[in-house]
Design a protein around this ligand. Structure first.
Ligand code: PPS
Length: 326
């Protein structure tokens, strides 16, 4: 059974004052990770999810290149079905923990025009009803994945993607403003990030618990920075992991499909529709795009030298005993 604790102290106060809203009444901790309050009702269903050996999972801390990795993995595994790739990504590659992030219980009676698809209103049922091979996205850490995965009774292929902490934090900050209703300052957001008090945090245990499993045959560990540096190489590596043979023409074609410019203008993956719904129904008010900068090092535009030094110290401390670098 999952157990839950409160998120207390200064960071708990910031969350309550600046990061609760119509669809998020509060936060809890389970197995050391922060989750929305709604997870109390939802978590046990994830714990008991029936996993299939031929599932393909993309697991990540938020804003580390999940969407990019999902699209790459889906196209390779579906043998370059670009017609099928026009279906919105959340339908063909649903987000297991979508439902608890947005609790519409109190909102729906006042907004009858807000029609929620099943992958939003009940992501577990949607996933249970999918035909194989299923594609599943999650931001849950290893410790909160379904029991069958943790205990090794089912071994789906899992691709984990990681990104450097500073860019992840900046990207997550924008995301939380435009999609999740964060109304506080960037400085306070960084405190929440460093203090492990945002949904799916703490960051380093999330990353390191997959890093240490990177040599297991059903796990592939990728880095956003490597996708930026040499996308064709990552495409080849992913194809090998998925047991697919690609020729160079296919690699080039997919690299083009996955370019930032193409993904930014691709309505199947750019989440513009979701942002538009938020604006239309006044669920959040901030402006911005999901496909925002797509760069490594974008943090330099918003973080001052002291904050950068603090993040770097924190990163060094956490990575000292591992061979992981960013
Ligand atoms: S989410 O909401 O957690 O699933 O977000 P996620 O997909 O993990 O991360 C979004 C960031 O990835 C960037 N992105 C890309 N960068 C480069 N090239 C491509 N094709 C690409 N696709 C998505 C996206 O812009 C977000 O990063 P930032 O730094 O905010 O731009």
């Amino acid at each position: 059974m999952l157990e839950f604790n409160e998120v207390n102290g200064e960071l708990g106060e910031i969350l309550l004052k600046k990061f609760t809203n119509q669809f998020r009444i509060g936060y809890v901790k389970s197995r050391g990770y922060v989750l929305p309050e709604y997870y109390r009702k939802f978590g046990q269903r994830v714990e008991e999810l029936e996993v299939r050996d031929d599932d393909l999972w993309v697991v990540s801390f938020p804003k580390t290149g999940t969407t990019w990795t999902q699209e790459m993995a889906w196209v390779i595994n579906q043998d370059f079905d670009f017609e099928g790739a026009k279906v919105p990504l959340p339908e063909r590659f649903p987000f297991l923990d979508h439902t608890p992030l947005f609790d519409y219980t109190d909102i729906l009676p006042n907004l009858p025009e807000l029609q929620l698809p099943l992958f939003v209103s009940d992501s577990v049922t949607y996933i249970n009803e999918m035909k194989s091979p299923r594609y599943i996205k999650t931001h849950l850490p290893w410790e909160l994945l379904p029991k069958q995965i943790r205990e090794g009774t089912k071994k789906p292929k899992i691709i984990y993607v990681a990104r450097n902490a500073k860019d992840t934090c900046v990207s997550y900050y924008h995301h939380c403003k435009i999609l999740e209703g964060y109304s506080g300052s960037f400085d306070n957001y960084c405190k929440l990030f460093l203090g492990g008090s945002l949904c799916f945090a703490p960051f380093w245990p999330h990353v390191l618990n997959f890093w240490k499993r990177r040599d297991e045959p059903n796990i592939l560990f990728l880095k956003y920075e490597d996708l930026k540096k040499d996308l064709p190489a990552v495409i080849r590596k992913t194809a090998a992991f998925l047991g697919k043979d690609l020729n160079e023409e296919q690699v080039d074609l997919l690299a083009e499909h996955l370019s930032f410019a193409r993904m930014k203008s691709n309505p199947a993956v750019n989440y513009e529709a979701a942002i538009e719904i938020n604006r239309r129904f006044n669920l959040t008010t901030a402006d911005g795009h999901f496909m925002r900068s797509g760069q490594v090092g974008n943090y330099k535009e918003v973080m001052g030298p002291e904050l950068i030094a603090e993040f770097d110290r924190w990163t060094q401390e956490n990575l000292a005993k591992s061979e992981l670098t960013f």
